[in-house]
Ligand binder design. Structure first.
Ligand SMILES: Nc1ncnc2c1ncn2[C@@H]1O[C@H](COP(=O)(O)OP(=O)(O)OP(=O)(O)O)[C@@H](O)[C@H]1O
Ligand SMILES: [Mg+2]
Length: 239
């Protein structure tokens, strides 16, 4: 049984079809990369998985349960957590307090304070526990996004453009954290424009354009495919 099964999702905003005939299965333990041009509908897919947006048609199955009608907080309790493309922490709260919020409303029944401390260690935020979130650098805001999501003790972690804007060395350090989280048993779907970062950890790539799944498969094969070349380099997919 797949951990996540998206079945023929459709979503439109007025005349704009943002998700079209979108099906995808993700097995437990997978690390899937999603790429595609700006406005392709990638974040909207995450919104439909987490429950902030309902599809017009189709179903979201998670861990053997049809969660299509469940709200975001219930899906979080089932084990789905995400980072946001634009980090928006509670700026007036400390790093620890922000992570504590994630730990309090997540899946785990453990003491949220212990969970928050554990996640701070894992994500390298321990030394910044008492800093106000509003004073953090971009890298630390992105780490905090991940930490807050991890504090919910997810089975499935959705990362939305977590590497964008980072320097090479910051990106390498973030990749190490992502590898550690995955090695600890968390299934990950990662939307990213920084293709080399995605390629270095993803086991499978899914390419989205105009709300549709264009292709999916082995990362190297996907990147070499005519469909992807046509999207990114304007080459004729059939020529
Ligand atoms: N709530 C909304 N109302 C109207 N249009 C929306 C809404 N949310 C998204 N859209 C539109 O849907 C399309 C897909 O947006 P989405 O944010 O999913 O793209 P994306 O692939 O994540 O893009 P990016 O790479 O820039 O983050 C865009 O044209 C966007 O303007
Ligand atoms: Mg997006």
């Amino acid at each position: 049984m797949a951990l996540l099964d998206l079945q023929d999702l459709q979503k439109s905003y007025g005349a704009l079809a943002v998700t079209q005939n979108f099906s995808l299965t993700v097995e437990a333990g997978d690390l899937v990369g999603i790429l595609g041009p700006n406005g392709a509908g990638k974040t909207t897919l995450f919104n439909q998985i987490t429950g902030t947006v309902r599809p017009d048609h189709g179903a979201v199955w998670f861990d053997g349960e049809n969660v299509t009608q469940l709200d975001a907080s219930r899906r979080c309790q089932r084990g789905i957590a995400r980072s946001f493309q634009v980090p928006h922490p509670f700026v007036g709260m400390t790093v620890y307090e922000n992570i504590l919020v994630g730990a309090t409303f997540g899946r785990s029944t453990f003491d949220p304070r212990k969970l928050a401390l554990d996640v701070m260690d894992k994500t390298g935020m321990g030394a910044k526990a008492n800093k106000l979130a509003g004073s953090l650098t971009l890298l630390d805001r992105k780490r905090l996004e991940m930490a807050r999501a991890l504090a919910a003790d997810p089975k499935l972690l959705l990362l939305d453009e977590i590497a964008g804007g980072l320097t090479d060395s910051e990106c390498i350090s973030l990749l190490d954290t992502i590898r550690d989280v995955h090695a600890a048993g968390v299934t990950i779907i990662w939307i990213e424009h920084v293709v080399h970062a995605l390629m270095s950890v993803a086991k499978r790539l899914v390419v989205v354009d105009f709300g549709r799944k264009v292709t999916e498969g082995d990362p190297a094969e996907v990147m070499a495919s005519p469909e992807v070349k046509s999207i990114y380099m304007g080459e004729d997919a059939h020529g």
